[in-house]
Design a protein around this ligand. Sequence first.
Ligand code: IVH
Length: 683
Amino acid sequence: MQRADAAARAEVLRREIERHDHAYYVLDQPTLPDAEYDHLYRELQAIEAEHPQLLTEDSPTRRVGGKPLAGFVPVRHAVPMLSIRTETDTDASGARAFDARIRRELGLGDEPAPIEYAVELKFDGLAINLRYEQGILIQAATRGDGETGEDVTQNIRTVHCIPLRLRGDVPEIIEVRGEAYMSRPDFEAYNEKQRRLGKATLVNPRNGAAGSIRQLDPAMAAERPLSFYAYGLGESRGWAIPATHSGVLDALALFGLPVCEHRATVQGADGLIAFHSRMRQARDGLPFDIDGVVYKVNSLALQLRLGFVTREPRWAVAHKYPAEEMLTTVEAIEVQVGRTGAITPVARLAPVFVGGVTVTNATLHNETEARRKDVRIGDTVIVRRAGDVIPEVVSVVLARRPRRDLLGDEPLYPAFELPKACPVCGSAVERPEDEAIARCTGGLICPAQRKQALLHFAGRRAMDIEGLGDKLVEQLVDAAIVKTPADLYKLGLLAMVKLERMAEKSAMNLLAAIEKSKVTTLARFIFALGIRNVGEATAKDLARFFGNLDALMAADTDRLQQVPDVGPVVAASIARFFAEPHNVDVIEQLRAAGVGWPDGEPAASVSSPISGKTFVLTGTLPGLARDEAKDMIEALGGKVAGSVSKKTDFVVAGAEAGSKLDKAQTLGITILDEIQFRELLQK
Ligand code: IVH
């Protein structure tokens, strides 16, 4: 491309990407499918790589790829970054005291007219100053001691909701102040990933934000994604500042900056109190932590009259909520068994009021984490309860750990150990190597897993028992009529009609469906057992390889690994499942009840043009459900995969096919529409 054309095209792409970033990250209203966005982004990257002199300060490609720094450079703030006075009480009196103080300072004691306040949330992150010159982000700095902070521009550029360039009629210079924070979903996702890898987790979103901002390597910062809300101004030049604080925030939103929607202007102390209690209700449902609300005198002229005391403005105050982290002691450590058999250690706590509720249990997530945090009975711990998530033990206060005697440092209680047997059903507890989570192996008999196991067993692609859904499974299990899948085949009309709202007609239908399910295929049966890591495709491979159930049940892990696509992890799950006598018992009962399949599986017809070929289905086909298409392919000996790779032979694409279609095009894989697909199968 000619240099001039390239420059023009790069500019178009930048503006386009900026628009989508704003729609996606600030307005939360995506305007483009991810694949098309990536396309624009890659085109811009390519132009900039070819013409490095075209790379600008505000290019969206700058959000990644900065070089690690040796250290942070100090930045002296043009206007000091103040802090805010805090009302520590969490009831209404804090708001009244603030309003009374303001009225007194302004000499309005007897005037009937209330003061107008701008009210907003107190975000729990890190204060950041963003400096824009001619609308371009040129520097981001931390608060530091208020006079001097640190230059964290590189890391702040990775925060997608912060515009690298302002929109509209921009001031010559404007400094925007606000809070960089880690959202709860981003925090949970990061910790979930760390737990899976058995690595250290973040203590809370605030620490996550601080850690991310203080990374010298921007690539590390980008791994801990942050968000930002603007709440004020620093220096500004060449701009007619609005007369009110709420007006300033409105203007910042128009410049494209993220401003939190949970804000208002209210009148007098009653308005403050109403906002405080309204946001207290909303607090748990917010996607980020707040530790209170902030009240600000709305008129900037009045703010000027009120001025400052030392480092705090007289015109603003923070009004707290109950803390989301508190100290308490561990009374016992027990384990819970989830619906999928996952074993979770749980700390029983001395009751403590955290985040607005009384908490008596907190999760320790898994054995690795419980041991890493080394939580023991008698320990004093920090408990966190924020939002709707389950309370968790954040850390132990080691200095307060009970000791055997006053002099030695031998702890009174031993380190936590996972029980060897499931506390619910007594089956063996197993923790596969390289997995953080231990599980109960009694999948078919464990009461904790019953409902899940039955639903899976009856599922359409498993035993296909029509009419046995959520509600019915719930009732059958709760009434102790059904304990294992084998019990389904012992059901009588009488037991069922006794269930709530069960008409005789539907009971008959269900019995007929159960009867019908007795004739199945080996592959469906294997899938129905719900063996961990054995999905539909693996079940089919196993059925084809072994041909009968006894051979599969007798196979050791070496033999299992001879099955195509079965590796050590899957082989171990299968072997573990059949090693559990309870499971074998249920299988024998099922066979005794008459569940069966014709000997061997139908071998794939060799003459089929698609036998051994791999298909990927994407988008919606006009006249064919995905399951139907899958069945058709497999009946002819083909395979269906979930993602496109070099090994894919055909991609069948329908309406709204997304990134899979793009990838197929890039890899030059044959793409079929429904008609072409049907034609291929006809051959
Ligand atoms: S205004 C002149 N508004 O709280 C007042 N601060 O001590 C300057 N904070 O670390 C601050 N949410 O980062 C203001 N809506 C909000 C805030 C807020 C959180 C933080 C701020 C600083 C501390 C103030």
